[in-house]
Design a protein around this ligand. Structure first.
Ligand SMILES: C[C@@]1(C(=O)O)OC[C@H]2O[C@@H](O)[C@H](O)[C@@H](O)[C@H]2O1
Length: 469
């Protein structure tokens, strides 16, 4: 069986991780431009000042995407490149850059799939409370409107936010992302609510423009499974799914928060400050969402946590996504398991976890359209006689595409797969060591690009629409 003709084979990037040109052509300062320069925050002090210079080399990169036969390129727009101080004048050079990127994609028939927010907030807004300040919602609405009006004639696929759970939890619980606040649970939940409200308002605004594209949100998809059939561990997995999936997906797809979490937040004094009008906005925008984007890398293997809840020391290393941490409320912990396979960064390799998780989503949210907006292998790629022989990445993506094909067979409304990442780029907390791309970037030779083995493999998969998988 071939993947359906309307299934998009894509690959992704994010502005801060690829563009560089952090202070060029009128771009404003982002929270990551500042945070990444705080000693100890990133791996070996790496930052996105240059990244892989996509800002100047986008034509070369998009030409390579076309050679790969890529059907769609998911990239993000840098808010401070469009509105340098977050809510003031529009920067014409920023508009020009993304018009050029979009037009270059269309020149090759590559569908642009655009993320409005992939973690790089204008620093001025961060300094005024960032996502805990409701004024940021208004600024985001205006920024989104500028993007829709500037690019919406050619961009017909929009993602509002990438992985709210990451920038909110690492921003306000572990401190590993800006604003670097530790263990402020009230601010964490407030930030998530403000993001969902911003999403709902922008969805409503987009629909009013009648540009006849589609809009959705991208969440981390890490379904939690109990390590065994012990009742305490099964409860722990339920708790994890309520806080990490239902809390994020329900307000978008159901238009209301999961009562299991709301009741506990009420008891603990962590309930966000919200109004009935805001809850009504969530309710009324839910059915306007056209899709949900899933960034799937691994499931969570969960058991009840019996250690006392202490304000654990948060470090960069403990925030890079590997199992072994207790939940913020101490109820459960994620663990590694003897019979599972893991990447060099301790992430489980589990295509079956994707399929089981997709079944869970269908059960709770019905036939919602789904894109896998990220999936890929972070690795240190082997180089043999000058060739990047990234066979582990080929195997990883092959297994996950097979799971996608099986999902479609059992009736999951899955419409696309975007590998993370199209090109080697900056990992927020792992520098340039953790490679994800089909295209290698030589940091020892002028950031020159080179096709990896996986580039040629993915090209073949796209040409044959995955028939042999
Ligand atoms: C933490 C990490 C990583 O570096 O491995 O996870 C995978 C991937 O997720 C994306 O949403 C981030 O933008 C990208 O940088 C990557 O970030």
């Amino acid at each position: 069986m071939r993947f359906p003709k309307d299934f998009l084979f894509g690959a992704a990037s994010a502005a801060y991780q690829v563009e560089g040109a952090w202070n060029e052509d009128g771009k404003g300062v982002s929270n990551w431009d500042v945070f990444s320069k705080i000693p100890g925050k990133t791996f070996n002090g790496t930052n996105g000042d240059v990244a892989v210079d996509h800002y100047h080399r986008y034509k070369e990169d998009i030409k390579l995407m076309a050679e790969m036969g890529l059907e769609s390129y998911r990239f993000s727009i840098s808010w401070p490149r469009i509105i340098p101080n977050g809510d003031g004048e529009v920067n014409p050079k920023g508009i020009e850059f993304y018009n050029n990127v979009i037009n270059e994609c269309l020149k090759y028939g590559i569908v642009p799939f655009v993320t409005l927010y992939h973690w790089d907030l204008p620093q001025v807004l961060e300094e005024n409370g960032g996502w805990t300040n409701k004024k940021t919602i208004d600024a985001f609405e205006r920024y989104a409107q500028v993007c829709f009006e500037s690019f919406g004639d050619r961009v017909k696929h929009w993602i509002t936010f990438n992985e709210a759970v990451v920038f909110c939890s690492l921003g306000y619980l572990t401190g590993a992302h800006p604003p670097g606040i530790v263990n402020d649970v009230k601010k964490y939940f407030q930030a998530t609510h403000n993001v969902f409200l911003a999403h709902a308002k922008v969805v409503n605004n987009y629909k009013k423009l009648k540009q006849y594209g589609e809009i959705g949100i991208t969440h981390v998809f890490a379904p939690a499974f109990s390590v065994d059939n012990e009742p305490d561990n099964i409860f722990a997995a339920k708790h994890a799914n309520e806080y990490n999936t239902n809390w994020y997906y329900d307000p978008v797809l159901k238009g209301e928060y999961p009562s299991y979490v709301v009741n506990q937040l009420k008891e603990k004094g962590w309930l966000p400050d919200w109004t009935e009008e805001e809850l009504e906005i969530l309710k009324n925008s839910a059915d306007k969402n056209d899709f949900i984007g899933l960034n799937y890398y691994q499931p969570g293997r969960v058991m009840k946590n019996y250690e006392p809840v202490v304000e654990c020391e948060h470090t960069r290393e403990k925030s890079t996504g590997a199992p072994g941490n207790a939940s913020f409320d101490g109820v459960y912990k994620t663990v590694m398991m003897e019979d599972k396979k893991y990447t060099k960064w301790g992430w489980e390799i589990s295509p079956e976890g994707l399929l089981d998780g997709l079944r869970m989503l269908k059960e709770r949210y019905g036939d919602v359209k789904i894109y896998i907006t990220e999936n890929g292998l972070g690795d240190e790629d082997p180089i043999i006689e000058g060739e990047i022989v990234d066979i582990p990445r080929i195997k990883y993506i092959e297994e996950h595409l097979k799971a996608c094909k099986e999902a479609i067979k059992i009736g999951i409304n899955l419409k696309g797969y975007y590998a993370w990442s199209v090109i080697d780029l900056l990992s927020w907390l792992n520098g340039y060591k953790k490679q994800y791309g089909f295209i290698y970037v030589d940091h020892n030779d002028n950031l020159n690009r080179k096709k990896k083995l996986s580039f040629h493999w993915y090209k073949h998969i796209i040409e044959t629409r995955g028939e042999e998988l």
